[in-house]
Structures are given as C-alpha cells and as structure tokens.
Design a protein around this ligand. Structure first.
Ligand code: RTP
Ligand code: MG
Length: 140
C-alpha cells in the first residue's frame, strides 16, 4: 500500500457554479482525504509559473486567462495511489471523452473550462504542492 499526496485545483468555472462542495463530496467518497485546502485567486505570474511546461502550447494564453478569471480552491489530497486515483476520478481533459462517473463528465463545460486539475506524476505533485502550500498548512 502506497499512501501518496497529490495536488488538486477546483478551477474558476467550477467555483463560479458553486460546485466546491459537490466536488469535495466525490473526492471524499473516492477515499481521498483533503489534508490541505484554501480558496485563492492567482495572479498571472502565479498561473504562468504553475503551467510553465505548457508555455509553448497554442492554448497557453487562454489557460492563464481562464485560471486567473476567478477564485480557485487549491488542495492537497492524500490516499492510496492518490496521484493515479485522482486522475481516474477527474477523467479525460476533454469532457466529451471523459468516462461516466468522472468529475469532468459530470461538471466540465469544455476542454478549457474543465473544472478540475490533478497532478500527473509524483514529481509534478511535489512541485505543485510546494508552489501552493507551506508544510505547516498541510495537516495529515
Ligand atoms: P490538468 O493539468 O488541468 O490537470 O489537465 P490535464 O493534465 O488533463 O491537461 P494538460 O494537457 O496538462 O493541459 C492543462 C490544461 O490546459 C487546458 N487545455 N486547453 N484548448 C485546448 O486545446 C486545451 N488543451 C488543454 C485544459 O484546461 C487542461 O486541463
Ligand atoms: Mg496536466
């Protein structure tokens, strides 16, 4: 059994539709524990740094705009195989391709407005948690 931590974001399209509680219920029902959480609004600089790996992609400017368009809820989720398990709960990037029962199938509006983010690897999780939380803010 591997207990891991992953980084999650409830994105502006979801906070705008008052879906924080609904998403958190599904996260907890999936066996993941929310060990850190805060509602914040990112600056453009923060969004550009967070998504630096995508800076050459055609959707980068739109992504930065979207992620700074309103409040987000940043979280650390803990549980068995948390990284893969949360990616499975999220579903495909494009809601048209997301499987039934996933967060993106239920809530996402489009590829750009896709309600949630989750780290894609252990290295990403470590980096993304460190960018958003101090160690004191994570209470396991
Ligand atoms: P995320 O990083 O948000 O968890 O999503 P992901 O791994 O499934 O997707 P990724 O390829 O890392 O892309 C990051 C975010 O950029 C937006 N995107 N828009 N308009 C487009 O073609 C497009 N492609 C990606 C999405 O919001 C995606 O979640
Ligand atoms: Mg990604």
């Amino acid at each position: 059994m591997t207990i891991e931590r992953t980084f999650s974001i409830i994105k502006p399209d979801a906070t705008a539709r008052n879906l924080t509680g609904a998403i958190n219920t599904l996260i907890e029902n999936a066996g993941l524990r929310i060990v850190a959480q805060k509602r914040v609004r990112w600056t453009k600089t923060q969004a550009r740094e967070f998504y630096a790996e995508h800076k050459a992609r055609p959707f980068f400017a739109e992504l930065v705009e979207t992620m700074t368009s309103g409040p987000i809820v940043v979280q650390v989720l803990e549980g068995e195989d948390a990284i893969a398990s949360y990616r499975a709960l999220m579903g495909a990037t494009d809601p048209a391709e997301a499987k039934r029962g996933t967060l993106r199938k239920r809530f996402a509006e489009s590829k750009g407005q896709n309600s949630v983010h989750g780290s894609d690897s252990a290295a990403s999780a470590k980096r993304e948690i460190a960018l958003n939380f101090t160690t004191k803010e994570i209470v396991g």
